[in-house]
Design a binder for this molecule. Structure first.
Ligand SMILES: Cc1cc2nc3c(=O)[nH]c(=O)nc-3n(C[C@H](O)[C@H](O)[C@H](O)COP(=O)(O)OP(=O)(O)OC[C@H]3O[C@@H](n4cnc5c(N)ncnc54)[C@H](O)[C@@H]3O)c2cc1C
Length: 404
């Protein structure tokens, strides 16, 4: 029989993240929604806790640091839960609290997941404890990540980076930025590599911050790289350009980060369903698991449908992370999880506003906020349409040039 219970160790760490979400995030959720660009100082306490726990070897709390794919236990007959699963559950629980705050947890940026996925042991010793944002998007492209125009030129023992990166989550607050740049534009996408750029690198600056629909607690920056110099060994992965392999190297980071973003959407979805259940119950709507949905009120039937979507998004996300931990190729499953969870998040949070009526639309609850926050989870790290495209390509066995 399939047992879908979480192992005890993971449950304990998820519970810990849930405590943080309910005791630290929820009480300040509205405050930072209304104070865009203000740094949530409360998170510094959390950062100190995370550092303490990391030093003592205990589980991380929250965040999107992701896991090293070889973090899975070594001899458990390919059935282990490692860093990816643990990061996924933490991301889910903290996003249940507040996804904007979750995205700005110190030392747990999306760039950390990229570092964890591909850094060498030596790089991990240097970058294992930094706070890393992820900078791929440029003014000339978003979805088409092969269109990177930022350049990296080797000059002695330094890389010199030039370009503009936009919509960088934690771009102002993080201590480091993982930047995608081309080492030789004439070689196309295979020449795109990722580089760890320290905040104080000469030539790196923040041009401005974005105002947004939701996740207002999270800073989103435009970054300029003007003759920005970093050490030669800050390149992640091999500096060699392997045209045959394409840009599979940098794309591999998405296999780790997409399930995490899916988990964020699952977390917000669960928050909205819980709040909606309370609102419906107070309004006298009964939700029964013993009666067919068609024999219940329309609101109850909708609730049951949304709960089923939530469950499937949750299970798809677990599968994708489990595969990453067990070194199974998971690009298809990572995209499936993000497509399903991203859409479920936006559907459920907006429907919850609808079903709760004026209570949902007002600021009396966080329902309207979650409806605004959830949309980004269906956009960044690859939009809904891009995930569907990847799934279609993989299922039909088509290349990216055959199916665009
Ligand atoms: C708040 C926020 C935070 C972000 N954080 C980061 C970050 O930390 N790092 C980073 O690098 N980027 C980040 N981004 C950028 C984000 O990843 C891009 O916005 C996203 O990849 C989409 O790119 P785009 O906005 O240029 O849309 P486009 O690529 O122009 O797409 C516009 C629309 O067309 C659709 N579309 C595009 N191509 C196809 C196709 N082939 N088939 C069908 N439909 C298609 C898309 O799905 C979308 O609906 C962030 C964005 C926001 C808003």
């Amino acid at each position: 029989m399939i047992n879908l219970e979480l192992p005890r160790k993971l449950k304990a760490s998820a519970n810990q993240a849930h405590q943080v979400a309910s005791q630290i995030f929820r009480p300040i959720s509205r405050k930072y929604d209304l104070a865009e660009h203000e740094y949530p100082v409360e998170l510094d306490t959390m950062a100190a806790m995370i550092e303490g726990l990391a030093d003592s070897g205990t589980q991380k709390i929250g965040g999107a640091a992701g896991g090293r794919n070889d973090e899975a236990a070594t001899d458990l007959t390919a059935n282990a839960n490692g860093g990816n699963m643990s990061a996924l559950l933490n991301a889910l629980e903290t996003s249940w609290g507040d996804v904007g705050l979750m995205l700005t947890i110190p030392y747990q940026g999306l760039g950390n997941a990229a570092i964890a996925a591909v850094a060498t042991d030596e790089q991990l010793s240097r970058f294992g404890k930094v706070w890393a944002a992820m900078a791929i998007t440029e003014p000339s492209f978003g979805s088409d990540s092969a269109a990177v125009t930022t350049t990296a030129t080797l000059d002695g023992d330094e890389w010199v980076l030039n370009g503009e990166k936009i919509f960088v989550t934690c771009g102002e607050r993080a201590t480091h930025i993982v930047v995608w740049a081309s080492v030789d534009k004439s070689l196309g996408r295979a020449a795109i590599k990722s580089f760890v750029v320290p905040r104080d690198a000469p030539g790196l600056s923040v041009a401005r911050l974005e105002h947004k629909l939701g996740i207002k607690a999270s800073d989103t920056a435009v970054l300029l790289l003007q003759d920005c110099r970093i050490p030669a060994d800050n390149i992640l992965g091999s500096p060699e350009v392997n045209v045959e392999k394409g840009f599979a190297g940098v794309m591999q980071t998405f296999d780790n980060t997409r399930p995490l973003v899916a988990a964020m959407a699952v977390g917000v979805t669960r928050a909205a369903l819980e709040e909606l259940r309370t609102v419906l119950t107070e309004a006298g709507v009964e939700i029964s698991y013993d009666t067919p949905a068609m024999n219940q009120s329309a609101a109850a039937a909708e609730f049951l449908r949304m709960e089923a979507d939530y469950e499937s998004a949750y299970l798809l996300s677990l599968r994708a992370a489990w595969m990453a931990d067990n070194k199974k190729p998971n690009s298809l499953e990572a995209s499936m999880s993000k497509a399903k969870a991203g859409r479920t998040g936006t559907d459920v949070t907006l429907k919850a506003v609808e079903l709760a009526g004026s209570i949902g639309y007002s600021q009396r609850t966080l329902l309207e906020k979650w409806a605004r926050d959830s949309k980004i989870l269906d956009i960044f790290e690859g939009t809904q349409q891009i995930q569907q495209l990847i799934v279609a390509r993989r299922v039909l066995g088509k290349t990216s040039s055959e199916l665009k």
